[in-house]
Design a protein around this ligand. Structure first.
Ligand SMILES: [Zn+2]
Length: 295
């Protein structure tokens, strides 16, 4: 069994390039065949040190070694057919894309089979120079991903067989796409449902009205009953986003805000006084009992 390369160089897995180089120089001096030419064990050790240094001093080879072990980065007999790792990507989506669902073309950085050696790691009877005998090469390749409508921030899509290629002809892992959804200036998302705030004029609130409100899919009519107060919440069934799990569309919740006209003149002031006389009300009558802090 081959020893761990870090153990061979007597360093930790977090050692920097300088530390790797220093460790190699120290050990190479110690076990150099020039010094120990009669000692076969020292020679084997020296070869081991040289191989560990070759891999750990090359950032790409070291990353491969950390990921796959010596089978890929080193010279061991190579186990063929191991499945590649999954690739994780984050995609940022706009609100409209989330609402409708979309297709995105992602540039996926991943290991792909080396074409020059047919993923074998060997070309013309020697180690393949294109992939350093690893059978896979780094590549950035476009992958088209269908994003279903209703994705939420943090939702994950698994695209089977679009991850890293396995070493030496092994099948690809999966591509995992997480979504980040940009904030919308009007619609807010709470779990499955969508919330928004719509202003009403005081007259609409007073007499009731049919008002048009934007929805993720277009527009809907909200019937506001007479005497609506600010802060009241209305539910528009099925006017939110498509449900990710299961069928149908989630709801849109509309909170209304009542806006006042500004700038009364003498005539409008008199008209408001007239209304007040016709419709007297005392909205604070119930507060009297709390005077002085009584409960
Ligand atoms: Zn190759």
């Amino acid at each position: 069994m081959r020893r761990d390369y870090y153990a061979v160089l007597e360093i930790t897995a977090t050692a920097g390039p300088r530390e790797v180089r220093q460790a190699y120089r120290r050990l190479a001096r110690q076990y150099s065949p020039d010094v120990n030419f009669w000692d076969t064990q020292a020679r084997v050790l020296f070869e081991e040190i040289a191989e560990a240094y070759r891999v750990l001093s090359d950032p790409a080879a070291r990353a491969m070694y950390d990921r796959f072990g010596a089978a890929v980065a080193g010279d061991d007999a190579l186990p063929a057919g191991r499945r590649g790792e999954d690739v994780h990507l984050v995609v940022e989506l706009g609100f409209a894309e989330v609402a409708r669902g979309t297709r995105v073309r992602l540039d996926v950085p991943r290991f792909s089979p080396c074409a020059d050696c047919d993923a074998s790691g060997v070309a013309d009877g020697a180690r393949c120079a294109s992939c350093y005998g690893r059978g896979v090469r780094r590549a950035v390749e476009p992958v088209e991903v269908a994003i279903p409508g209703g994705m939420d921030a943090g939702s994950q899509i698994r695209v089977a067989g679009e991850g890293h290629a396995g070493p030496f002809g092994g099948p690809r892992g999966d591509l995992l796409v997480s979504t980040r959804v940009a904030e919308h200036p009007f619609f807010r998302r709470k779990g499955e449902s969508i919330h928004c705030e719509v202003p009403l004029s005081v007259w609409e609130a007073l007499r009731g009205a049919r008002i048009r409100v934007p929805t993720p899919a277009g527009e809907a009519v909200l019937v506001v009953p007479p005497g609506t107060t600010g802060g009241q919440v209305f539910r528009l069934r099925g006017q939110g986003l498509p449900k990710l799990a299961g069928e149908g569309t989630a709801d849109l919740y509309v909170t209304v805000r009542v806006e006042m006209p500004a700038g009364l003149d003498a005539r409008t002031h008199e008209l408001v006084r007239e209304l007040e006389r016709l419709m007297p009300m005392d909205p604070r009558a119930g507060l009297e009992r709390y005077r002085g802090g009584a409960a």
